[in-house]
Design a protein around this ligand. Sequence first.
Ligand code: ITT
Length: 194
Amino acid sequence: MPDSTRTLKIFFATNNIHKYNEVNAIFKQHTFFQLKFLKTPLVEIQSSNLEEIAIFSLKKCSRIIKNTPIFVEDSGLFIKHLNGFPGPYSAYIFKTIGLKGIIALMKEIEDREAYFQSSIALKIENKINIFTGQVRGQIAQDISDTGWGYDPIFIPESDGIHTFGELGIKKNFISHRFLATLKLIKFLNKYSAD
Ligand code: ITT
């Protein structure tokens, strides 16, 4: 962790406080970059590719930010039996059919394989860099009582029993977002040391 980066600020543009809290906890452990919450609704294009969606959102929201690095993060849950659905439509599907709808679509389906993906798009000195993390797992039979978003129905492969929701803060050491954020931090630490 290069100490010289202690005063460097970086913006995370998102409307989702849970994402910010998770990423902030990882930043506090691994870098002296100060993470600033830029709370803003993001403009998302329709695309099957999370990285493309993240780049588009980043370009839109970073127009007014000049000398501070800024990033956005787009995530999605991809279910094998549903050919990758809801994937890039995860936010819309969450708001419409919700967790109950997904569990109903998966009723009596044996193959419950799924993965979560997190794609971070960072703008630093006018260049865009992408960092992606994926975590494999299964769709639970039932909705667990704890967790935000899709956490109550996703069981990561490394645990095999508990949903992300039930894992609480342990989620933040194994998640798709953790893996993408570590890549981002590695890049930032190296960048500031050069
Ligand atoms: P932004 O403002 O950053 O776009 P968002 O909540 O709209 O926030 P996404 O489009 O990236 O974020 O997320 C797609 C959906 O997947 C949305 O319903 C999230 O709640 C959900 N989601 C994303 N990451 C998740 C995670 O780690 N655990 C559970 N659900 C997650």
